[in-house]
Design a protein around this ligand. Structure first.
Ligand code: SF4
Length: 352
């Protein structure tokens, strides 16, 4: 399917050893919601994100203390971290001192541009890219009254130009509106007038359910048109869900092929196990597996065995005894209390 998606040509930037744009695979990113000053909590959350396949992790750097904590987290995790500093030059320099591999700035909110040049010079010399852009809610007053799509595009290009004219080329641009279709329109327009790699997502997308739908449509539509080099699904829930959702969007579009597809039956009056809990567990367990496996989670042995015949692995769960499927056939019947242990054993074998 991805063969028919022709990616837009964009320039490439490097965030440590992770590339964004050009012919690099589309990356999935997320942002920690632990306080940056809580180094241990951040390290834990960043490792959990990496374990489910997050390519890039961003942290807010709202003050100096956070910048030093950022340095500690970068050192101890060894990850190429992105510092979110909004519009404070001093914090941007401090983040660079502390190992930031990309900096998110918001020049639209800056009052004084005189400090951009030394910052841009330094970032260029260090090979650290900047991400600039606009959110619908933070548009400068000058753009008020304008058609929102045009205002977002113009404002984003203006922000990018602040760094470009200061001599930087490694610039990622993001436009985010909480209105899904405005977001799509604005990114289409932006994509047609520049070669900056684009970070796409729907901002303030909402609750888990609403955010998933808005992001799947908003991000998915753009990716299907070849637009977007790095994505973030913004959700007001556990950050791991952002990564799982982002990866699922790429997988559904056929852009990421080497990934596990967990299918689960819709449940019915015959259901004997908690299908949703089990499917969630298996999804987490296999989130970072880079093999195109289909795993079926079915709620009863009676029909489940037949329904799992097209899967590489499967579970047809029962109250007392459950059936584990391999290559569409019964592999083993186990006591339901041992199901996950047995399933994990088989999964490990399959992944060898
Ligand atoms: S697999 Fe079993 S529990 Fe699941 S929907 Fe089919 S009949 Fe119902």
């Amino acid at each position: 399917m991805s063969d028919i998606i022709k990616r837009r040509n964009s320039r490439q930037v490097s965030v440590g050893d992770v590339k964004i744009g050009g012919d690099a695979p589309i990356t999935v990113q997320s942002m920690l919601n632990a306080k940056t000053v809580d180094v241990e909590a951040c390290i834990k959350q960043a490792s959990e994100l990496r374990a489910v396949g997050c390519d890039l992790v961003r942290l807010a750097v709202p003050d100096e203390k956070s910048a030093y904590a950022f340095g500690e987290i970068a050192k101890r995790t060894g990850l190429p971290l992105i510092a979110d500093v909004h519009y404070n030059y001093k914090l941007a320099h401090l983040a660079l001192d502390n190992g930031a591999k990309k900096i998110r700035m918001n020049p639209g909110n800056m009052q004084d541009f005189s400090q951009i040049k030394p910052l841009a010079d330094r970032m260029r010399d260090m090979g650290v890219p900047v991400r600039v852009g606009v959110n619908g809610g933070s548009l400068d007053k000058r753009f008020k009254g304008m058609n929102e799509v045009d205002a977002l595009v113009e404002s984003a290009l203006e922000c990018a130009n602040v760094f470009e004219s200061a001599g930087m080329r490694d610039i990622v641009v993001a436009i985010k509106s909480s209105d899904t279709m405005t977001n799509v329109e604005a990114n289409r327009k932006l994509a047609s007038v520049c070669d900056y790699p684009l970070h796409i997502g729907v901002t303030e997308a909402g609750t888990f359910r609403t955010g998933l739908i808005k992001s799947a449509i908003g991000i998915g539509t753009l990716l299907k048109e070849g637009i977007g080099d790095t994505i973030r699904v913004s959700l007001s829930t556990n950050v791991l869900e952002e990564v799982l959702a982002g990866k699922k969007i790429l997988q559904t579009l056929g852009i990421r092929k080497n990934a596990v597809e967990v299918v689960a039956c819709p449940t019915c009056a015959r259901t004997e196990i908690d299908v949703e809990a089990l499917a969630n567990k298996v999804e987490l367990l296999t989130a970072n597996v880079k093999k195109p496996l289909t795993i079926s989670i079915l709620g009863c042995p009676l029909n489940g065995i037949g329904e799992g015949e097209n899967s590489d692995l499967g579970i047809a769960g029962g109250k007392e005894k459950s059936v584990i499927l391999k290559d569409g056939k019964i592999f083993k019947t186990v006591n339901s209390k041992d199901l996950m242990i047995e399933f994990e054993k088989l999964l490990k074998e399959k992944l060898k």
